[in-house]
Design a binder for this molecule. Structure first.
Ligand code: RB5
Length: 142
């Protein structure tokens, strides 16, 4: 069975969103928009993605805007979300291993496409370590 991930972006992240979907064709993408590079407001797309995670429609997701900052702030307003803005592979690996991040945030104007692909790969292929990290993640929920 294909792994299902939600993905959302604003206009700044549109082209990277499309590139990621094409590169990771073995994933079933729940694409929540935006659907073009026409100017939109990132809080709406961060919220949509967070709602998909909270409802269980997808277990994990990716949000993309120009910096990755605005849309990660928006997604993190939902208590079901632990969104991590990553600019390199080490951050992606460690946020899965230690924070059990369920949403990856990317800044399309900050990193190149190849770096973004490597980050997504690391995010998808790293398991949460649990143990002492479980206690800390539990504390994020209160
Ligand atoms: C849009 O111009 C830009 O502000 C947005 O993509 C993002 O970088 C916000 O954090």
């Amino acid at each position: 069975m294909k792994r299902k991930l939600a993905i959302a972006c604003d206009h700044g992240g549109y082209s990277l969103k499309e590139a990621i979907k094409a590169r990771f064709g073995d994933v079933e993408w729940l694409d929540l928009g935006a659907d073009s590079a026409e100017s939109v407001d990132y809080p709406e797309y961060g919220r949509k993605l967070a709602e998909a995670i909270a409802s269980g429609e997808a277990e994990q997701g990716i949000v993309i805007c120009g910096t990755g900052i605005g849309i990660s702030i928006a997604a993190n307003r939902n208590k079901a979300v632990r969104a991590a803005l990553c600019t390199d592979v080490t951050m992606a690996r460690l946020t899965r291993a230690h924070n059990d991040a369920n949403v990856l945030a990317l800044g399309a104007r900050i990193i190149g496409e190849e770096v973004a692909f490597d980050i997504v790969e690391a995010f998808l292929n790293t398991e949460f370590e649990g143990g002492r990290h479980q206690r800390r993640v539990e504390k994020l929920k209160s």
